[in-house]
Ligand binder design. Structure first.
Ligand code: ZN
Length: 245
């Protein structure tokens, strides 16, 4: 079945269909698109249907403000999952913003549990806090992924113990902590992503076809041939997102 890019914002790419064709040519046959900003949810759904991607929609912590309840109430459902949702303390200036992020995160976790769809989590600068909420409130039955894992190797076991998958992309593989995290992650919980087009590769915006390069960088770190890792992580992503293969 080939590779599966577990986290993208393909709707933000100029020509998503062309990017998907290049991905297919590179052996990347599946893509998940995460909606983050409510204004863009309809476009995410449209692009997802056009290219045959898994779509998850959520209110991303960057877009959480005092009006979060209205946005979450308007979340179209059901989709392939809820996300991206979570906490980002680097974008939370004060306790009010943090409180809103926490409330929006918990409300959307509840929606995912109710719909029994996986969650796509964005946890930055607040990995302990995010995992504590996931542990206390509970994850949806199918589980979820932490995209762009930034929790370091020391928190991997905790996340895995909750039933989460960890996803790594070009940004994480450039850091020592990211590479160390990858080495201690169980292969059965490992996903690969590009976060296209939000991450840069060779001075240009990443696209799903670059997932092959992510596998080439990650494979040797865990003793797997890139092709085998691409396939294995792809199978795991399809299982998580309940994609028929
Ligand atoms: Zn994202």
């Amino acid at each position: 079945m080939g590779g599966f890019d577990a986290h993208t914002h393909l709707d933000l790419m100029g020509e998503p269909a062309a990017a998907m064709a290049r991905a297919l040519a590179a052996g990347v046959s599946g893509v998940a698109i995460a909606g983050a900003d409510p204004v863009r949810w309809p476009e995410v759904l449209r692009v997802g249907a056009a290219v045959g991607a898994v779509v998850t929609l959520g209110l991303h912590p960057w877009f959480v403000d005092a009006g979060w309840e209205v946005a979450v109430a308007a979340l179209p459902r059901p989709t392939g999952g809820v996300g991206e949702i979570g906490l980002d303390w680097r974008r939370a200036g004060d306790d009010h913003v943090r409180a809103h992020q926490i409330a929006a995160f918990r409300a959307q976790l509840a929606l995912a549990r109710e719909a029994e769809v996986p969650v796509c989590l964005h946890l930055v600068g607040a990995v302990d806090e995010g995992l504590a909420i996931a542990a206390g409130d509970g994850l949806p039955r199918p589980g979820g992924l932490v995209h762009g894992w930034s929790g370091g190797p020391g928190r991997v076991a905790r996340a895995v113990g909750l039933g989460l998958h960890l996803s790594f992309g070009p940004r994480e593989l450039r850091t020592r902590a990211g590479r160390a995290s990858l080495r201690v992650s169980p292969p059965s919980r490992l996903l690969l992503e590009t976060d296209a087009p939000e991450v840069r590769v060779d001075g240009r915006a990443a696209e799903p076809a670059d997932l092959r390069r992510v596998a080439e960088a990650a494979g040797p770190l865990i003793g797997l041939a890139p092709e085998a890792l691409l396939r294995r992580a792809g199978d795991e992503a399809r299982r998580l997102f309940l994609v028929q293969s």
